[in-house]
Every structure is written in C-alpha cells, then in structure tokens.
Design a protein around this ligand. Structure first.
Ligand SMILES: [Cu+2]
Length: 93
C-alpha cells in the first residue's frame, strides 16, 4: 500500500509540471530548406510558443511552450499538415 501511494505521488508531480515550459519534439516529413524552417518557425511563433528550433538534417522541430500554455498534438498536426508537411511523430519531454 505504501508503494502504491508513493507511485501516485510521483505521478502527480510529473503531470503537474507537464505544462510548465513543456518541450515537444516533432518529427516532420517534407522539410527540405531554410524556407521550410522559417515558415514553420513563424507558424509556431504565431501560436505564442516560447521557442522553436528546426533541425532539417534530423527532420525535427523542437518547440518549448510558455508556462501553462497548452498546445494539443491535434493542433500541432493541423498546423503542419495545413502547411503541406507530414507529421511522423510527436514526443513530449
Ligand atoms: Cu523548403
């Protein structure tokens, strides 16, 4: 029983910090040049994220959210697919 309580406590700490400057790594298909990375950076800046980093070589867009900001994976997928890119994977850290 003690062990179960400890697990529950650990979980609540993790979930309560989930929106405080949460970082997400998005694997994106179709980004090939600096215009792609500029365009994608602009789209996420418009959503008010704290930072955007595009790594063309790794096909990776890393974003960091503002404290308490929520950006759903559905919304992220829509932003990218509307711009003509494909979303392979979204990882929250
Ligand atoms: Cu491009």
């Amino acid at each position: 029983m003690k062990k179960l309580l400890l697990l529950a406590a650990t979980f609540s700490v993790l979930s309560s910090s989930a929106f405080a400057g949460q970082k997400m790594d998005i694997t994106v298909k179709g980004m090939v040049c600096s215009f792609c990375s500029q365009g994608i950076t602009k789209k996420f800046k418009e959503e008010g994220v704290k930072s955007v980093d595009v790594d063309l070589g790794k096909h990776l867009v890393s974003i960091e959210l503002q404290d308490k900001q929520e950006l759903s994976t559905e919304k992220i997928t829509k932003i990218l697919t509307d711009s003509g890119y494909g979303v392979e994977k979204i990882e929250t850290k």
